[in-house]
Design a protein around this ligand. Sequence first.
Ligand code: DLL
Length: 433
Amino acid sequence: MIFNPDAECMEREARRKLQLAYLKNLVEKLYATVPFYRRKMDEAGIRPVDVRRLEDISRLPFTTKDDMRENYPHGLLACPKDRIVEVHMSSGTTGKPVVDEYTQHDINIWREVMARTLAGGGCTKDDIVQNCYGYGLFTGGPGAHYGAMTIGAEVLPMSSGNTARQLMVMQDFGSTMLTCTPSYALFMAEEAAAAGIDLHALPISKGCFGAEPWSENMRKEIESRFGMKAYDIYGLTEIVGPGVSFECEAQDGLHINEDFFYPEIIDPETGEPLPLGEKGELVFTTLTKEGTPLLRYRTRDITYFMPEQCSCGRTTLKMHRLFGRTDDMLIIRGVNVFPSQIEHALFEIEGTEPQYVIVVDRGATHLDDVELQVEVKQEFFSDETKGLESLRARIEGVMKSKLQISVKVKLVEPKTIERSLGKAQRVIDKRKI
Ligand code: DLL
């Protein structure tokens, strides 16, 4: 279902006109009201009148996560403080959180883009949405909640955790759609199996998953364990939360809500825009936000644009599912490796569970060592160690051939790797660099 065909299927040239009008407005407003942006534009030698075509955006300065932290909490506010009705933050591991402050208009945008997002995953007013993204400062819970309500579906605002209760509600209330992180979805499936609950016999038939990297093979795993269609949804607190882009029934790239969030792909080293279709760092400008609009925000997420027309009828630009983040990329003995590549390779190996942790360390030799801890299906632990040994060797071989790095594999018993209720932590980097 397409939630807003007028906007989502608009002729591309008409959308570009709209984007340009919004961009001009935004730049004028930021220059006039936010000292931070005025200073940055002055330093870059560009004035609002210089923005005449959409391509001129590449002359405007970037905004980074550090800029947001340095301006914590209200330094990037672009409207009177009393117009703010809601605030979200994401913590990250170091420093001050990044803050998104929403006016009522901004909440309305969020409702719209999340309605489009859930509709992309097949949500209609007849659905019962079990929302297990966390509620609170995190945007996942409230974002999916707004979207489901805007569609007119029924929402079960579960938040994450208490998996036994989640499964009870799923059965008793007949939830038809699930929203949570992909790692939590898998954990629920595992708990359901342990409790003897047949997920295939329940009405749950689709889900929108995101907030963390996941692979195509993990999608297949979730789909087969639940008997559902699993869709990838993307977003980040700074821009709006979830609702920036989403998959449709084609499950082939994520449609960007580009009438609200203007996307670019740049070379992360040079900051230069890359030709359409090349892989690089994703950058967004929020075209119509009032509270904390962002100019050319560097997400650190890596993807490429897929300019072809989608079979679903939407004309919005698609991005490939994320490859990883510039700051998550592991450089192992000089080879660039993303945790998602390891995950994808692991899923192809019979006998393993989709639970793993990557531990990177530097030994006495000062070279990077990678230990991949992988859970193994119970039957492998039952008697012979020969089976285990050959599985270990097989995984090491696959990693070597697919990633060009040597990985030491440690097989661990089922349920020994810590499960996450929200974003899973897959990498432990012990190197002191
Ligand atoms: O994770 C917003 C969100 C909530 C998205 C629910 C989707 C569903 P943050 O906590 O600010 O916001 O984290 C944003 O998470 O820059 C990506 O690196 C990563 N991320 C989000 N969605 C995906 C995805 C929310 N579908 C950061 N695939 C982003 C891979 C994702 N990574």
